[in-house]
Design a protein. Sequence first.
Length: 240
Amino acid sequence: MPIRSRMPIAVMSITLSLAAVAGFGDAFDERVAERELLVERTIEARGVSDPDVLRAMRRVPRHAFIPERQSRNAYQDYPLPIGHGQTISQPYIVAYMTEVLEIEEGESVLEIGTGSGYQAAVLAEITSRVYSVEIIPELAESARRNLDALGYTHVMTKQGDGYYGWSEYAPYDAIIVTAAADHVPPRLIAQLGPGGVMIIPVGTPQGIQTLIRIRKLDDGTVERDGLMYVRFVPFTRERE
C-alpha cells in the first residue's frame, strides 16, 4: 500500500489465542460456498497447493474487509478499492505470496502495508505471530477494527512508516510487502532472520513490477529471484 503520513507511531494490539477466533462473529459462517468456489477455481487451479494457505483462504471472510458497496464483488479474483487510493489485493496474489513465505505456526511474520487487514488475517490463520505496519492513519484504525471484530486480536498492528520495518520484534522468519517499491528497503533485509524469506514487488510506480523473493542465508548473505510480473499500488515514503 502507499505509505504517506506524518502521524506519530502508535501501537494497537490486544492478545488472544487462536482458539478464541473460532465462532467469533457471524462473518465466518457467511458466503462459505463463494469462498470454496474462489479457492477451487482460481487459487488451486492456478497452482497454489499449500494446505494451510488453502484452509486460510477458505476461512477468512474477505467481504468483512471491504466497503459495503463492494460486497457483491468480494469473491471475485481481482483487487478492490478500500479508500485513500488503496486496494485490497487480488485473492490469488494473497494466496500465492502467502505460500511463497513458507511459514509455519510459531514463526513470526512482518507485513508492510496493513490496508484493510485481510492479508494479516490470512497470515494469522497460519501463525499466531503476525505484525503489521500501515502508515495511513485511517486505514490503520479501520484494519484494527476489522481484525478485532473477527477475533484476530492476537495480530499486532502499528501505524508508522513501513520502510523502517518494526525493529522491536525482529528478527522475523518472513516479511511480506504489499506495495511496490523502487528498491528493497535495507532495514527490512536487516530485520529478516537467518533462513528467512521476504517477498516484495519491485519496479516502477504505477507500472508493472516484478515480485521478488529474497532468502537470507545463515551467513547473512541474501539470494534474490524474480517470480512473476505484478501491479501493486506504490510504496511512497513519509516526507521528511
